[in-house]
Design a protein around this ligand. Structure first.
Ligand code: HEM
Ligand SMILES: Nc1nc2c(c(=O)[nH]1)N[C@H]1C(S)=C(S)[C@@H](COP(=O)(O)O)O[C@H]1N2
Ligand SMILES: [Mo]
Length: 339
């Protein structure tokens, strides 16, 4: 009796749905991790992300069988479900485009479209779940289902190996991406690397003569900062899908601080944009006055910007205004800036 039920189409459908739900949750979680991490750990997030993404591709044929059955008896929410599937497939396509190397679409990058469409999928997925709740039963936790899950993960892994192998063998642009998946642009050429903003910030006009950076109880002029500066090579890795390595000239932030009493350092831009860092991190942050030996272009943060090696680009605050010790801990901020 139970066995028959086990092999029924309804059961297989539920299994596919649960598998898709797990794969999509994993893709979201690892995608967010890939966006947050700027060090070598990112490699693991990016790799699991690709496996989760291709697991969705593997489950899609089964899902289409389930869906076709669902479509025969149309219920409320059917069009939302179709929309969800379409949005996920479009997101997948942009992710794969990025990885193979068709990543710069001029107006936006494939990565921006990949993440943008994935974000659109979130409310649709929630709606879908509310309309058709998929409960995990105790009877789902069988050895057989465990092996099935393993097979889908292994299949996703095999596709990653196959596609990475193909990208390398054909020497496509994607063969040279960094561990974050980002593509190289304009390294050691300050005129060639992109100017970009996190969301909607505008490049301010700054009169350097009257500009001062307020930090450590002092107001520093550009020339005073520049006189203390040293050279450092560091890689700016934008979540838009590119990276650029440059020779920066900057003062190590801890050399500008007098005391260290506080839970965090609030680094603020003239535009209102800003990020918080742990105080101990000041040794690994630089206030840069130059790139490639010349002054920063206005788009790149003139007169001074933060250089934060090992952190993704959105931490590299441009057009610095002030850096303050604060009692608010660094973890008490949005993991990604809201504006
Ligand atoms: C529905 C959710 C998502 C799916 C199905 C998905 C799937 C994929 C796939 C299949 C790839 C290509 C992997 C490869 O060819 O090696 C990819 C790449 C990527 N995705 Fe996603 N993704 C999703 C959401 C996200 C989110 C929310 C983020 C970030 C916030 C993100 C960040 C990335 C990054 C950084 C890459 C580049 C990895 C590389 O170049 O190896 N993804 N994604
Ligand atoms: N004030 C301010 N600083 C900012 C941003 C911003 O929008 N406003 N964008 C960040 C992001 S997302 C990146 S990738 C880098 C880009 O630096 P670039 O334009 O010099 O390449 O600046 C960072 N600093
Ligand atoms: Mo960025």
């Amino acid at each position: 009796m139970r066995r028959d039920y086990h092999y029924s189409g309804a059961m297989a459908g539920r299994r596919t749905n649960l598998g898709l739900l797990a794969a999509m949750t994993a893709a979201f979680a690892t995608g967010v991790a890939a966006y947050a991490l700027g060090t070598g750990w990112n490699r693991w997030a990016t790799l699991t992300h690709a496996i989760a993404g291709f697991a969705i591709v593997l489950l899609a044929p089964w899902k289409s069988v389930v869906a076709r059955r669902g479509l025969r008896r149309r219920r409320a929410g059917t069009s939302t479900s179709i929309l969800l599937m379409a949005v996920v497939l479009i997101s997948l396509a942009f992710g794969i485009m990025h990885s193979w190397g068709v990543w710069n679409l001029g107006f936006l990058t494939a990565m921006q479209l990949h993440v943008g469409t994935a974000l659109v999928a979130i409310p649709l997925a929630i709606w879908h779940l509310v309309a058709r709740p998929q409960k995990l039963h105790r009877s789902d936790l069988t050895r057989r289902n465990f092996l099935r899950t393993g097979a889908v993960v292994a299949g996703g892994g095999a596709i990653v190996i196959a596609t990475e192998g193909t990208i390398k063998a054909l020497d496509l642009l994607g063969a040279r991406r960094r561990f974050t998946g980002s593509h190289e642009r304009g390294s050691f050429d300050p005129d060639a690397f992109p100017v970009t903003q996190w969301l909607n910030d505008r490049v301010p006009e700054v009169e350097v003569g009257s500009w001062r950076l307020r930090v450590g109880g002092r107001a520093w002029s550009w020339a005073e900062l520049d006189a203390l500066a040293e050279e450092i090579d560091a890689t700016l890795d934008c979540t838009g899908g590119w990276y650029s390595r440059q020779r920066w000239t900057g003062v190590r932030l801890d050399r500008l601080l007098r005391d260290r009493e506080g839970a965090s350092l609030a680094v603020s831009s003239l535009t209102g944009y800003g990020r918080r860092f742990a105080v101990a991190e000041a040794r690994r942050l630089w206030v840069a006055t130059r790139v490639g030996g010349g002054e920063l272009a206005s788009g790149h943060g003139y007169p001074a910007r933060l250089v934060a090696p090992g952190r993704r680009g959105f931490w590299w605050v441009k057009w610095l205004d002030r850096i303050e010790l604060s009692d608010v801990p660094a973890w008490r901020q949005w993991p990604f800036p809201p504006t």
